[in-house]
Design a protein around this ligand. Structure first.
Ligand SMILES: [Zn+2]
Length: 175
């Protein structure tokens, strides 16, 4: 059975007490969060985000893809429409026990590569050490000609067993 019925039931309860209809498009916080699609990794919960607080992007693994670089650039332009010197910052959050670690297994990686006909997928998403993947993702942003040099980026690890977030890469301009 589809989950849609459950989702709509929950939405009805949500809308019944909804009082945030007056919020502006511009978020309260200037930090954009990029994290994994994992169902245990919910920024609104672990970082206490309220409606209207922050822009949140999610990719598989929380990895920086070429599309993420494009969208960060697009968001920067959007903010620039009102503020020529945006203070936008990106927090990349990877997490423990990520499903993308399974793609780092050589046997699984070979199957993925065969399925997609290219090593691109494994190279983009697979990782075994979240600290290395965070550093690699900052490097990807730096290597992208689309990403504004003034964007500040930091890297963090969310532990799905403790609920704790720890900073792994200090905030720095992409420069
Ligand atoms: Zn994940």
């Amino acid at each position: 059975m589809s989950d849609l019925f459950t989702l709509y039931q929950r939405n009805e309860a949500f809308a019944a007490t909804f009082d945030k209809g007056h919020l502006p498009m511009r978020p309260n916080l200037s930090t954009v969060i990029l994290t994994c699609v994992d169902a245990r990794v919910i920024p609104a919960h672990f970082a206490g985000l309220e409606t209207g607080d922050a822009l949140t992007m999610r990719t598989v693994g929380g990895r920086v893809t070429s599309r993420v670089a494009l969208e960060i650039s697009l968001l920067w332009m959007l903010v620039s429409l009102d503020n020529p010197n945006p203070s936008m910052e990106l927090a990349i959050i990877h997490h423990t026990d990520c499903g993308m670690a399974r793609f780092a297994n050589p046997d699984v990686a070979a199957r993925v590569t065969e399925r997609f006909g290219s090593e691109y997928v494994v190279e983009t998403y697979a990782f075994s050490d979240p600290r290395e993947s965070l550093a690699a993702d900052v490097a990807r942003l730096r290597a992208s000609s689309l990403v504004p040099r003034d964007l500040r980026v930091s890297g963090h690890l969310y532990d799905v067993t403790t609920g704790l977030l720890t900073q792994q890469i200090t905030t720095a301009r992409i420069g």
